[in-house]
Design a protein around this ligand. Structure first.
Ligand SMILES: [Fe+2]
Length: 289
């Protein structure tokens, strides 16, 4: 399979828009674009990166994976169909999401995945209410971690069909590894783990360019602005400095600094780590990455 450029492009969540407005803007410095039934956030020059649909049933609506070229997107769609997965081109949805071309599919755990090319870039500059500057560009929006019921089915889907490649793994519970999947510059775009009794969307990670931006957000969260899920610490594999808070939609929101960006993925050697953390990261019932 040829090396593909695949990044996290956007994500759509369901929850309380008002709570997300305070959470996203006040703590993390996202720029809000409020709408009647949907709140969108900008973090860079893209038209939007995170959308919140007003709902009393919080959760994850969709994950957008951005593919480098239309040719690569079509190749992925072909493999999806070949392996018996949905691959539906949706032009109306592409307009709604402000992208050029979009293919809908579904991961084995039921997560809705939208593969796209051509995200809209605005002329108007992103302005953060806290002065945060996010690390995006060719590294995309960040990463997500999915806790899946069937790790082999999830790996087959994201690696063999979508085309991501494992950078490393960590034993997260005895006998069960978390797997970190790279698609280009970002160390991992999607991480997968199987933890018995726990399934669903664990967290989304966003990265900023200064340690002090993470530290000032940590001051707010540790001071009570949102529930702490995992305290400030440094991961072993990225090795990002980050912390996790519980978002208004229940899943976790990781905010970090200085994760590895991979300039030459072809030279990467897959490894396996003893632990998820070099230091810190306490409070959580599990700590994957
Ligand atoms: Fe993470």
């Amino acid at each position: 399979m040829p090396r593909l450029n695949i990044q996290l492009g956007y994500a759509g969540f369901a929850g309380d828009m008002s709570a997300w407005l305070d959470f996203g803007c006040g703590i993390y410095g996202l720029q809000a674009l409020p709408g009647e039934n949907e709140l969108r956030f900008r973090i860079d020059d893209r038209a939007w990166r995170i959308a919140i649909r007003q709902s009393d049933t919080p959760g994850v609506d969709y994950i957008g994976l951005e593919v480098g070229t239309l040719r690569d997107l079509q190749a992925i769609a072909g493999r999806l169909r070949q392996f018996g997965h949905q691959a539906t081109e949706n032009r109306d949805l592409a307009k709604t999401r402000n992208v050029f071309h979009l293919i809908e599919t579904e991961a084995p755990d039921g997560t809705r995945i939208e593969l796209f090319v051509g995200g809209l870039t605005l002329s108007e500059a992103f302005v953060s209410p806290t002065g945060a500057r996010f690390v995006t560009g060719s590294a995309g929006l960040g990463h997500v971690l999915l806790l899946v019921p069937d790790i082999e089915a999830a790996l087959a889907f994201f690696v063999d069909v979508i085309g991501l490649r494992r950078t490393d793994s960590i034993e997260v519970v005895p006998g069960s590894d978390g797997h970190f999947l790279n698609g280009g510059k970002r160390h991992h775009v999607v991480a997968l783990a199987h933890i018995p009794g726990v399934t669903g969307f664990d967290h989304i990670y966003l990265e900023v360019d200064r340690m002090s931006t993470v530290g000032r957000a940590w001051d707010k969260v540790s001071g009570g602005a949102a529930p702490v899920a995992r305290s400030l610490g440094q991961h072993a594999n990225d090795p990002a400095l980050s912390f996790y808070a519980q978002s208004p939609s229940g899943f976790l929101f990781e905010y970090g600094f200085a994760s590895t960006l991979i300039d030459d993925p072809e030279s990467w050697t897959e490894t396996r780590w003893e632990s998820a953390y070099l230091w810190g990261g306490t409070f959580g019932s599990h700590a994957v990455g």
